[in-house]
Write a protein that binds this ligand. Structure first.
Ligand SMILES: [Zn+2]
Length: 104
């Protein structure tokens, strides 16, 4: 299912991103979902990008982990709705999903 996501880094607007049911549920629960690896113009390497929901704007946004605390920040208000442990969990899940193609 598709969701409108605020993207101030690539499309400079709202983009639609397709999520699986499992990812969609994770987003509804306020967790982060990995979407792709990408780099911005002046970066030397790619970073992982995630989507999560700003609990102030009630909108989904695309961002990469900032600083040593690895927080995702809403481009509209700089709010960090997701905590570091939650993001670490998302990263672990990202690895697991590769080896877990079927749902029981
Ligand atoms: Zn916000």
């Amino acid at each position: 299912m598709k969701l409108d996501v605020i993207d101030h880094d690539f499309t400079m607007g709202i983009r639609q991103i397709e999520f699986s049911l499992f990812e969609w549920i994770r987003l509804k629960l306020g967790q982060a979902v990995f979407v792709f690896h990408a780099k911005k113009n002046n970066w030397t390497r790619e970073n992982p990008w995630y989507v999560t929901k700003c609990n102030i704007h009630e909108q989904y946004f695309l961002d990469y982990p900032h600083s040593h605390k690895e927080l995702l920040r809403c481009p509209l208000c700089n709010n960090s709705p997701i905590t570091e442990p939650q993001l670490v969990e998302s990263k672990l899940l990202e690895d697991q999903l590769v080896e877990m193609p079927t749902v029981q």
